[in-house]
Design a protein around this ligand. Structure first.
Ligand code: HEC
Length: 305
């Protein structure tokens, strides 16, 4: 430690300054980089989850709309129609709307699904990933939401999943047993999607939103901000070096050179300084010493004569 200290003492002023500045610079860059990436990542995740939540809420509203307004109009026809009228069913309307939404180039990776273990319509069949989510909800009934990322052939997507619980008895009319289901349902879908029970978790409502672009933009923002910060740090280091050289080092060197010249008998050199800062005062003091020295030497010369 002592060795290190003496070694540090022997280093030139600007090297000392630069070592400390660069150290402070590195610590500053690392700390601000970590904080910034943390904030940006959280913001990106928040932005994505807001999109997912909006899609989920919109689809749920559509579900209620279909249930309250469309279903009552079509219900009387379900018994008599030869084919089932799927427009009466909320899952049909949300699946169709999700399909229309994804036709829009900007929203092609946004997707909603009632991913079901044992569905009436095979289009609602949960895949392996979604089946695991439904199983998770079944094993932890208090859990209301699972969110995360899923890698798909179209890139990584963020998902929000919620348990789909059968809460109303009238749902069982079409989902419990073929005996009680409308004939048109059996005619269209066959004997699928039965055996559901009240309070069963039969599916997960899942929303997928693309996440890669948001994270890509986040990374770009991070690098942009960090390059500005690094640029500012470098400019500050250069400026401090420039000032240090101009205000301190060159002037101290001048004083040292003049003092050296005087000590070897060159009494014509003088400590010229216009500024009145600390170094200026030092130079003025040296200059006063030089004049005192001249007077003393004059006196000495006169006495010798
Ligand atoms: C009149 C019969 C009928 C009633 C009543 C009914 N459903 Fe369905 N349900 C269907 C049909 C038919 C489908 C498939 C629609 C399609 O083509 O997407 C379906 C689909 C679903 C799906 C998607 C999975 C699947 O089976 O394809 C869920 C979840 C669902 N219904 C839940 C409910 C709930 C909850 C209720 C009560 C609020 C309910 N259903 C009432 C007929 C019915």
């Amino acid at each position: 430690m002592v060795k290190l200290n003496t070694r540090f003492q022997n280093i030139k002023i600007n090297a000392k300054f630069n070592t400390l500045l660069i150290l402070a610079f590195l610590v500053g860059i690392i700390l601000s980089g970590l904080t910034l990436s943390n904030i940006l990542y959280q913001r990106a995740q928040y932005e994505i989850s807001i999109q997912a939540e909006l899609l989920m809420q919109t689809m749920n509203s559509l579900r209620f709309y279909t249930q309250d307004h469309v279903n009552p109009l079509l219900k009387p026809k379900l018994e008599t129609a030869s084919e089932f009228i799927p427009e009466a069913i909320p899952t049909f309307s949300v699946r169709e709307v999700s399909h229309y939404l994804s036709k829009n180039a900007e929203y092609k990776d946004f997707h909603y699904k009632d991913a079901t273990l044992n569905p009436t319509n095979p289009k609602d069949q949960a895949d392996d990933f979604e089946t695991r989510l439904v199983e998770d909800f079944k094993s932890q009934p208090q859990r209301q939401e699972i969110t995360g990322f899923r890698s798909t052939p179209n890139g990584t997507k963020f998902y929000t999943a919620r348990p789909f619980v059968i809460k109303q008895k009238q749902c069982l009319e079409c989902h419990s047993s073929p005996d009680v289901a409308p004939k048109s349902l059996l005619a269209t879908y066959g004997e699928r999607g039965f055996g559901w029970k009240l309070n069963d978790i039969v599916a997960t409502q899942i929303v997928y939103v693309p996440s890669e672009e948001v994270f890509y933009n986040t990374r770009r923002a991070f690098f942009k901000i960090m390059s500005v910060v690094i640029g500012i740090f470098i400019a500050v280091i250069l400026l401090i070096n420039f000032l240090l050289k101009k205000v301190v080092i060159v002037r101290i060197k001048n004083i040292a050179n003049t003092a050296n010249a005087i000590s070897t008998g060159d009494m014509s050199s003088n400590f010229q300084e216009d500024s009145k800062d600390e170094i200026g005062l030092l130079a003025i003091a040296f200059e006063r010493m030089r004049t005192s020295l001249l007077i003393a030497m004059d006196l000495l010369n006169q006495m010798q004569r």
